[in-house]
Structures are given as structure tokens and as C-alpha cells.
Design a protein around this ligand. Structure first.
Ligand SMILES: CSCCC(=O)C(=O)COP(=O)(O)O
Ligand SMILES: [Zn+2]
Length: 211
């Protein structure tokens, strides 16, 4: 699949902007986190996406921050850059959802609630207005946000994604690790990520209040 230079530049510019925005909130501590945006045509078995390079300080902007990879996570252009260590999780989410963008961050609140609700394997949220950010408009909606184990081997986590995805919930949490939030495009993925983080803080604080 050939990607036009223009499409690549647009994707990198989008990632650069979202990276700076999320970094300003402190959502990439210690080089953690990764971001991707899909580029070009999509078929579940063949697609391309732009993703952050691995291990870099995501709070600084450099010419080496992003690269293009295919659905197997292999670079599609000659480069010395290494894609995110978690690229296979992005690939699997794209394959299964056809999303346009995926953002992954580690925060204190997503780590805390993933442990608090680990045995349940999902984080319950009841009747909070911001659930509407997921386009769920029922009054007093109740949702469950899935939690997966944080295995050291990324392919083992990727293999669990298919069974974990709940179609109306655009995110998955890894235990004591972080969240993957996605959307049809970068605007929607950011809205979803912000909603998840708001809800995690709400869930954690209400747990303390009810103790
Ligand atoms: C120091 S963070 C450990 C790896 C991780 O969870 C992460 O999100 C960043 O990995 P990447 O390879 O995308 O930099
Ligand atoms: Zn991570």
C-alpha cells in the first residue's frame, strides 16, 4: 500500500500536536506512553499507521519522533527508528475496530483503578455524565471498562485484546500499566482518553469517600 507524502506529513503533524498536548498534562512520565494515527486505506488484514518511536522522551519534539508501520508493526520505509514496544497492541486494536487513532498513557489514576478492580476484570462506572463522551446517552448509564493483565510479552497481551473489547467502550486498561483509548480519528480518540481519565479519577475518589 503506498502512502502519499502528504498523508504521512498530516499524520505526523497530528501526532506532534497531540503529543505536546498530552505531555503538558504530565501524561507521559518517564518516556511512557505511545500514540498512533492510521494512514491510507483500511482492510483488517492490510493497513498502515504512524506511531511514536520507542523509548523517547515524549515531552520533547524532535524529527525522530514518529515512523510508519504496517499491520504487522514493521516499518514501511527505511529508517533507524524503532516503533513503540507496544505497537502490536495498536495493530490488534486497528484490526478489530477499524479505528483511526489510538492513544496510550500511564497515569496514577488509571494505574490505581486497574488494581482496585483487578479481580472484577473491569472498572465499573455508574451514571456519570461524562459517559456521554462515548456516545452513550442512556440516563444513568452503567459501563464496565475492561482490564487486561500486564504481561511482559506484548504478543501475549495482544492475543487477549479481541475477547476484551466491548464494542461501545473505546478503551482497554492494562493492570498497573495504563490505558489504550481509540476513536474514529485523533479528535475522537482524545475526547475518549480525556473522558476515561476523568472517570478513573472519579471512581478512585468516590471509592475513598465511601470507605
Ligand atoms: C518506561 S515505560 C515502559 C514501556 C511502556 O509501557 C510504554 O508505554 C512506552 O513504550 P514505548 O516503546 O512506546 O516508548
Ligand atoms: Zn505503556
Amino acid at each position: 500500500m503506498s502512502i502519499l507524502l502528504e498523508e504521512k506529513q498530516r499524520a505526523f503533524a497530528e501526532l506532534r500536536e497531540i503529543k505536546a498536548n498530552l505531555a503538558a498534562r504530565g501524561w507521559f512520565p518517564a518516556t511512557s506512553g505511545n500514540l498512533s494515527v492510521r494512514v491510507g486505506d483500511f482492510e483488517p488484514e492490510q493497513f498502515t499507521f504512524a506511531i511514536t518511536s520507542s523509548g523517547r522522551d515524549k515531552s520533547v519534539q524532535t524529527p525522530e519522533d514518529f515512523l510508519l508501520v504496517n499491520e504487522k508493526g514493521v516499518a514501511t520505509e527505511a529508517t533507524n527508528l524503532k516503533p513503540s514496544a507496544e505497537t502490536l497492541i495498536h495493530s490488534e486494536i486497528y484490526r478489530l475496530t477499524g479505528a483511526g487513532a489510538i492513544f496510550h498513557v500511564h497515569t496514577i489514576f488509571n494505574n490505581l483503578v486497574s488494581e482496585l478492580y483487578w479481580e472484577r476484570k473491569s472498572i465499573p462506572v455508574d451514571g456519570v455524565e461524562l459517559i456521554k463522551a462515548f456516545n452513550i446517552w442512556d440516563e444513568e448509564a452503567q459501563i464496565e471498562i475492561p482490564i487486561l493483565p500486564n504481561y511482559a510479552e506484548i504478543p501475549r497481551i495482544a492475543a487477549l485484546v479481541e475477547d476484551a473489547i466491548i464494542p461501545r467502550i473505546p478503551g482497554i486498561v492494562l493492570r498497573k500499566h495504563g490505558i489504550y483509548a481509540w476513536g474514529a480519528n485523533a479528535f475522537e480518540a482524545k475526547r475518549h482518553l480525556e473522558a476515561f481519565e476523568f472517570l478513573f479519577e472519579y471512581v478512585y475518589r468516590s471509592h475513598l469517600l465511601n470507605k
